[in-house]
Write a protein that binds this ligand. Structure first.
Ligand SMILES: [Zn+2]
Length: 105
């Protein structure tokens, strides 16, 4: 790893990393601090990333597909709603199955 000059103590050091967990709005970030004087040298990562958008989008898509498929076979809405919830909960597994089908061709 490359050494960086610490602005505080002027020593050439390999920064010590401290991981900061991301949250609903930001990715994980790292604080790079000097191992000698402990001064925070710089931070990396932590880009803005609104995870909620994917969740909301998946929920709307699941509801849309579930209500259409459920509505065709079982008019009334209850089956469509159950199907929607099922699609939303198992969306990662469903995506994996669909992707594996396309990769075989
Ligand atoms: Zn330092």
């Amino acid at each position: 790893m490359d050494k960086v000059e610490c602005q505080s103590c002027k020593a050439n050091v390999v920064p010590r990393l401290w991981r900061i967990e991301g949250n609903f709005f930001f990715d994980n970030s790292h604080e790079h601090s000097c191992p000698i004087c402990g001064e925070l040298m710089y931070t990396s990562g932590g880009k803005f990333h609104f995870r909620g958008i994917e969740m909301v989008f998946s929920a709307i898509a699941s509801l849309f597909i579930g209500m259409i498929i459920g509505g065709i076979f079982f008019p009334g809405g209850v089956v469509g709603l159950i199907l929607s919830v099922g699609l939303f909960l198992f969306r990662h597994q469903i995506k994996k199955i669909i992707m594996s089908k396309f990769q075989k061709i």
